[in-house]
Design a protein around this ligand. Structure first.
Ligand code: SF4
Length: 725
């Protein structure tokens, strides 16, 4: 449940790494009826919990805005399956896509244009002539935007294929900077470019919203930079209070969802909010506030997800805990079970006490909360239940409870797979915002997302958060249950495309899935994260491709022998090249994650790594890539080594404040600043435009970058020596 960690190391954010005036006017959730009704048909298996408190609990699971547009983020669908299997009354809502569709609706756009006109006067003073002209162009085309938006979204969701021809003709289709770029000098498109043009209209609107009514808005994230830089939770609260989009689109949506689920008597209502990325945090805060207003103290508000598990692991910000009752870490199953037991046992005890006016005979309230952080009853500091070393040694009962939840967590990690049967795939948009085939694959297909394994089977890369549970706890999932979940979703939605998220797919599980898939009447098509290690032989790649594997994404990080060594990537440059060649020979698309600015990495090594990337793209050994600036993190192996005294040259800079604490700085990191623009522009030209003939020095024309070294590595020679060209 991400509550899991599809989050930080992988996925789209690595690539680039909404009240209105009349609430139900701006969006409707006809499909949410399907959600509720759909759930009735699924089995519910009550199972006893540790303390015997097993009341059916009302649970509302929300994916706050904004995540990827093409498919549901899996967290709430994992959780929903888990809670329903235990007999709870679970209601999952992907409020991210619901909110986005309300924004990109005729009524939504009218409201946005109205607000934009209101604020236009105050903003004009800060805008230059070009921007003012651009804004005026939007206002001039307001009717075109409002008339075409729903047809454009219907087209991108696969509902109205014929609209492609309207897009190609272009009459009545509004135009901004993004659409002009797609139209090009010819001023028109071929029919195959219709998805790109439709996407560009949404991106133009996104620019307009950001430039007028809400600077935090992006279609796949909201105000992402604020959590990254905030030293206190108050900054996040201010962002929520000042967000026109969240206040006017998300707030009425939340009111509608919560009013669909009134609380029964004084029964608690569990509200689970998944924050896989920092760009979902502001909306999660609003959801928590809204839940509190609807349910009062009966709302048990739990915040989880990859961002929470990584960045809020040791937070001591008390304001945060006035908005959320619990933070749940890692898989989240153990945390949820322990919280439910704790809440229900406390309620039972209070009820028994009120009924008998005597000492209650109900069992003791479980004291062990697993994988959870909450505000201590004394109101002083958040209390922490350590994940590995509870008070167990002194308290056998505590130890028994803790062990119970740990076992349940591990069991669920293996057995629970997201159940998408109640998801509404008609709402998701097939985005095409890049000519690169690998980037297109990422965004233009409604993938069903699953996890093949939890944690990493390598666990040693120096830059990686290897001290965190979702990396260091390696556990395979139950493949027969996984296949059943895939089968169920395919049967419901007629979707056979699978995206395996989170950490690397283990090669042997890919082999067995491919073999099973080959014998299926209707095989699945799949892709996912991998490690470029030597297990990927030519034979395995061919077998995997024949069994449905179409693309892989994985970390090269530093494409030099020395670089791979200093980060302890676990394969040599030669092994990497052979592995890439094996994938290419099998016809499998490859995306590479790259980093630069690792402490101690020389400028020459960055230049050589970039040159190797250029040649890999030129030779078709990789199809796309993305550079990440190295960030030192608290839970990385490198920081662990520093703490152990074995990294004498590293000088971490610790953040001040009580909020997110995982990202650290280090002495000397600014030395790598000039590389950001160089590497980003080089990669855009090489991977998106196919201009691999342009050398790295072509992109070093800025003042800051003139002192950067040019590559010395003879990349082609290394490829020949590896026997891959
Ligand atoms: S392969 Fe390396 S970077 Fe990837 S999850 Fe494992 S340890 Fe982390």
């Amino acid at each position: 449940m991400d509550f899991q960690s599809t989050a930080l190391p992988t996925e789209l954010q690595r690539l680039n790494k909404a009240h209105l005036y009349l609430k139900s006017l701006f969006w409707s959730i006809p499909k949410s009826e399907n959600v509720s009704n759909g759930q009735e048909k699924f089995r519910q298996i009550p199972s006893p919990t540790l303390s015997g408190y097993n009341k059916r609990m009302q649970c509302i699971l929300l994916q706050p805005p904004f995540t990827q547009l093409n498919a549901p983020y899996p967290a709430i669908w994992y959780l929903d399956r888990f809670l329903r299997d235990r007999g709870h009354d679970s209601h999952p809502y992907d409020s991210s896509i619901m909110c986005l569709r309300s924004i990109f609706s005729a009524v939504g756009l009218r409201a946005i244009f109205a607000q934009a006109r209101l604020v236009a006067g105050t903003k004009q003073k800060q805008q230059n002539t070009v921007v003012r002209q651009r804004i005026a162009d939007y206002f001039r085309q307001e009717d075109d935007y409002c008339h075409s938006i729903e047809a454009i979204c219907a087209y991108l969701s696969g509902e109205d294929p014929g609209f492609a021809y309207r897009l190609a003709v272009g009459a009545g289709i509004p135009s901004g900077m993004r659409t002009e770029a797609v139209l090009g000098e010819a001023g028109g498109i071929q029919i195959d470019d219709a998805p790109a043009l439709a996407t560009a209209v949404l991106n133009d609107l996104s620019d307009f919203i950001r430039g007028t009514v809400d600077s935090g808005f992006e279609t796949v994230r909201y105000a992402e930079r604020i959590p990254a830089s905030a030293s206190s939770f108050e900054t996040i609260l201010n962002a929520v209070n000042n967000s026109w989009i969240l206040q006017n689109f998300y707030r009425p949506l939340l009111d509608d969802i919560f009013s669909r689920h009134p609380r029964h008597d004084s029964e608690p209502v569990l509200v689970c909010l998944s924050v896989p990325f920092p760009g979902c945090l502001a909306a999660a805060v609003m959801a928590a506030q809204c839940a509190r207003q609807h349910y009062g103290p009966a709302a048990i508000i739990i915040l989880g997800g990859g961002y929470v598990s990584t960045e809020l692991r040791t937070t001591e910000d008390q304001l945060l805990f006035r908005n959320f009752d619990y933070l749940a870490y890692d898989g989240g199953y153990g945390a949820l079970l322990s919280i439910i037991d704790h809440v229900q046992s406390k309620a039972a005890k209070a009820a028994a006490s009120a009924a008998t006016r005597a000492t209650p005979t109900t069992p003791a309230v479980p004291t062990a909360l697993y994988g959870t952080r909450w505000l201590d009853s004394s109101g002083l500091q958040p209390s922490v239940v350590p994940l590995q070393n509870p008070v167990a040694e002194q308290d056998p009962d505590y130890a028994r409870q803790f062990q119970h939840y740990r076992e349940k967590e591990n069991q669920a990690i293996a057995e629970i797979h997201p159940d998408y049967r109640a998801a509404d795939f008609s709402q998701y948009l097939r985005i095409v915002d890049s000519p690169n085939p690998m980037h297109r694959l990422w965004n233009n297909t409604p993938w069903l997302k699953y996890r093949m394994a939890y944690g990493c089977y390598w666990q040693r890369c120096a830059f990686c958060d290897t001290q965190l549970h979702y990396i260091k706890h390696y556990q395979l999932t139950d493949q027969s249950r996984l296949l059943q979940a895939m089968e169920d979703a395919a049967g419901e939605h007629k979707l056979y495309g699978i995206h395996f998220v989170d950490e690397a797919m283990p090669p042997r599980l890919v082999r067995s899935l491919a073999a099973i898939n080959r014998s299926r009447k209707r095989p699945f098509t799949f892709w996912g994260n991998i490690r470029f290690d030597k297990s990927w032989t030519a034979e395995l790649c061919a077998e995997a491709a024949a069994g449905g594997l179409v693309a892989v994404s994985g970390g090269i990080e530093i494409a030099s022998g020395k670089g791979l060594q200093i980060i302890d990537k676990g394969f040599t440059l030669n092994q990497l090249l052979v592995c890439l060649a094996n994938f290419k020979q099998a016809g499998i698309l490859v995306h590479a994650y790259l980093i630069y600015g690792f402490p101690g990495q020389s400028h020459q090594d960055i230049a050589d790594s970039a040159e190797m990337v250029r040649v890999l793209l030129a030779e078709g050994l990789i199809d796309s890539a993305f550079w990440h600036r190295f960030i030192l993190t608290t839970y990385s192996r490198l920081h662990g080594d520093y703490k152990a005294g074995s990294c004498k040259n590293l000088q971490p800079l610790y953040p001040s404040g009580s909020f997110a604490e995982n990202d650290l700085g280090f002495q000397g990191e600014a030395d790598y600043d000039p590389w950001t623009a160089v590497l980003d522009s080089a990669l855009a030209a090489w991977a998106d435009e196919g201009q691999t003939e342009l050398p790295l020095r072509h992109f070093m024309k800025g003042q800051q970058s003139t002192r950067l070294p040019t590559p010395r590595v003879q990349a082609l020679k290394l490829l020949r020596e590896a026997g891959v060209i």
